[in-house]
Design a protein around this ligand. Structure first.
Ligand code: PEP
Ligand code: MG
Length: 594
């Protein structure tokens, strides 16, 4: 039966494919396809791991002492029974045969199917056996992981990663932590659906950076959608259509083709300089998460990197953080890839929904820290870990010997933080001089993400070379809305008059002080805000590379001087969005390119 699920659209486009349900805790299980000639070997891997766990259980049973409670022996019997049940291992091998999933993926896919069946059982005792099944599968997954560890396999020789399977696959999960999203970059999935999250949650940001359709905040998609269901993700409307009718499928395939044509048309703007109709040159920079992303930035026509979110280098590390040399290599790779264009490296912004270890954001939020968005996050964390901070500064400074590097500090709220940063920079320069490492001049910038920083901007501007406005957090902290919480997503409003006041005044104050100012939050990459930001006087935007062509199209059609004349009306209006839409539409320049 066909039905729809509604959520928040976070990454545009249409994706059509089969659902892969993954529980949040198992998102980091390896997901890859095995080639047709590897299917047998993969099935054997699954059986070997199953047999190893069976031996563990048998040994445990034999070792039980006479005084061990009866229940424990009975539990081991239940686990052994589940382990040998055809519905688990037999059905999992069917996923390997039919879909060419690797063994880990096949097992977790089958676990999701069985877990659903357990959830629907009337009998309490039977329903509770789901936990046993999960434990059994976790053990098999551990055995598979151990096997990979013991016999280091050359993934390329064993696994044909190019083998793409027959149908596109769309990931459905209750939640995906940003660190796990990073595992999925360049993965097999063509789209994402999650139950929780907001438009500017970091999971959504990574989905956008992958430029694949995504819908978050659906609340119950992972409960309603079944493994292998056919689904359509409409990433523009925020709709998920489950088991679509042939007519619906046809309509969405048509829309998919249309949007590919539109992308191809926009891609032709790549070499066109971003200059408004009245001759204002606009910088369109890229936001990147990894050095590899710099290639995408160049291909999209970016004129620099406006935000390198360095914290992604610190994720998926199993507790071991990257040292100075490793960071230096990463920053240098990005700087060299940008071939002389500026690269703005932001110091690590961990905390809130970007925890350092494998804990999911929701675990962190509820169990470990009272209020992580307001806690030891970003620069607060760096200043609390001074040697780690200096290590990162040294790596960034060393990369400056290879191109134009700018240093950006997140979440600044106090002048004493800026003073501490300046002191750390001085110390680091001294250390580099002593060690004979080369470096060039590095401009220092702070992010305007906390209303306090926007209000006291004239004081901050005395100490820094540039500012970058992080609208994602600025909106979150101005309106007191958790950006990752779908329950309040409807109140997260970039058009709120208070947000517009802070934005307009920050841009105006920085320009008046002769300091460069850019916006690197998601507003900068949304063409719906391009006219508004140009009207406020913004001349530097930083966004996901995939957004650059559509924002550039807006820039090419804009008359910045004329747009600015509407600002008093917009700022004085009780409905600035409506006012801006009317004003900008009424006054479309006649010479605009079509
Ligand atoms: C922002 O807050 O707008 C920003 C760019 O930083 P992040 O999204 O990484 O918090
Ligand atoms: Mg931020």
């Amino acid at each position: 039966m066909s039905f729809q699920v509604f959520g928040i659209p976070v990454s545009r486009g249409v994706a059509i494919g089969r659902a892969v349900l993954v529980a949040s805790s198992r998102v980091d299980v390896a997901h890859y396809f095995v080639g047709p000639d590897q299917v047998e070997a993969e099935i054997e891997r699954a059986f070997r791991a199953r047999d190893e766990v069976a031996r563990e259980f048998e040994t445990l049973k034999q070792d039980l002492r006479g005084d061990t409670p009866q229940e424990l022996a009975a539990l081991l019997d239940v686990h052994l029974m589940l382990l040998h049940d055809e519905a688990l291992i037999g059905a999992a091998t069917q996923w390997i045969i039919d879909r060419h999933y690797n063994a880990e993926w096949a097992l977790s896919a089958q676990l999701e199917v069985l877990a659903r069946q357990f959830d629907e059982m009337e009998d309490d005792y039977l329903r509770e056996r789901k936990a046993d099944l999960e434990q059994v599968v976790e053990r098999i997954l551990s055995a598979l992981a151990r096997e990979q560890g013991l016999v280091p396999v050359d993934a390329a020789s064993v696994v044909q990663r190019d083998f793409a399977g027959e149908d596109p696959l769309l990931l459905v999960a209750a939640d995906i932590a940003p660190a796990d999203m990073m595992q999925f970059k360049r993965s097999v999935f063509h789209g994402f659906i999650t139950d929780i999250g907001g438009k500017t949650s970091h999971t959504a940001i990574v989905a956008r950076s992958m430029d694949i359709p995504a819908v978050v905040g659906t609340r119950e998609a992972s409960r309603l959608i079944r493994q292998d269901d056919w689904i359509i993700i409409d990433g523009d409307a925020g709709t998920v259509i489950v088991n679509p009718s042939p007519i619906m499928l046809e309509e969405y395939r048509f829309r998919q083709r249309q949007s590919e044509l539109e992308r191809a048309r926009l891609a032709r703007l790549r070499h066109t300089p971003a200059v408004t109709l009245d001759g204002e040159r606009i910088e369109l920079h890229a936001n990147i998460e990894l050095p590899l992303d710099a290639q995408g930035a160049i291909e999209a026509g970016a004129t620099g990197v406006g935000l390198f979110r360095s914290e992604f280098l610190f994720m998926n590390r199993d507790g071991e953080l990257p040292g100075e040399d490793e960071q230096f290599a990463a920053y240098r790779a990005a700087v060299e890839a940008m071939r002389g264009m500026p690269v703005t490296i932001r110091t690590v912004d961990v905390g809130a929904d970007k925890p350092l270890d494998r804990m999911s954001a929701s675990e962190l939020r509820h169990e470990h820290v009272l209020n992580p968005a307001m806690g030891l996050r970003a620069i607060r964390w760096s200043l609390a870990e001074p040697s780690m901070f200096r290590q990162q500064l040294r790596a960034i400074y060393r990369a400056s010997a290879f191109g134009k590097v700018r240093l950006l500090i997140p979440m600044v709220a106090h002048l004493h933080e800026v003073r501490q940063i300046l002191e750390a920079v001085k110390k680091v320069q001294q250390q580099l001089n002593d060690a004979g490492h080369a470096y060039s001049h590095v401009e220092l910038g702070v992010m305007i993400e906390i209303p306090a920083a926007a209000v006291m901007l004239p004081l901050l501007l005395r100490h820094v070379d540039f500012v970058s406005i992080g609208t994602n957090d600025l909106i979150q902290y101005t309106l007191a809305i958790d950006r990752a919480d779908e329950a309040v997503a409807h109140l997260y409003d970039p058009w709120h008059p208070a947000v517009l006041q802070l934005l307009a005044s920050s841009i105006g104050l920085a320009r008046a002080a002769g300091k460069s100012v850019s916006v690197c939050g998601e507003m900068a990459g949304d063409p719906a805000f391009t006219d508004l930001l140009l009207a406020m006087g913004l001349r530097s935007f930083s966004m996901h590379p995939s957004q650059i062509p559509s924002v550039k199209q807006r820039v090419l059609r804009a008359d910045a001087g004329r747009l600015a004349t509407f600002m008093p009306e917009i700022m004085g209006s009780e409905d600035p969005r409506h006012e801006a839409e009317l004003a900008f539409a009424r006054n479309k320049p006649a010479r605009a390119l079509q």
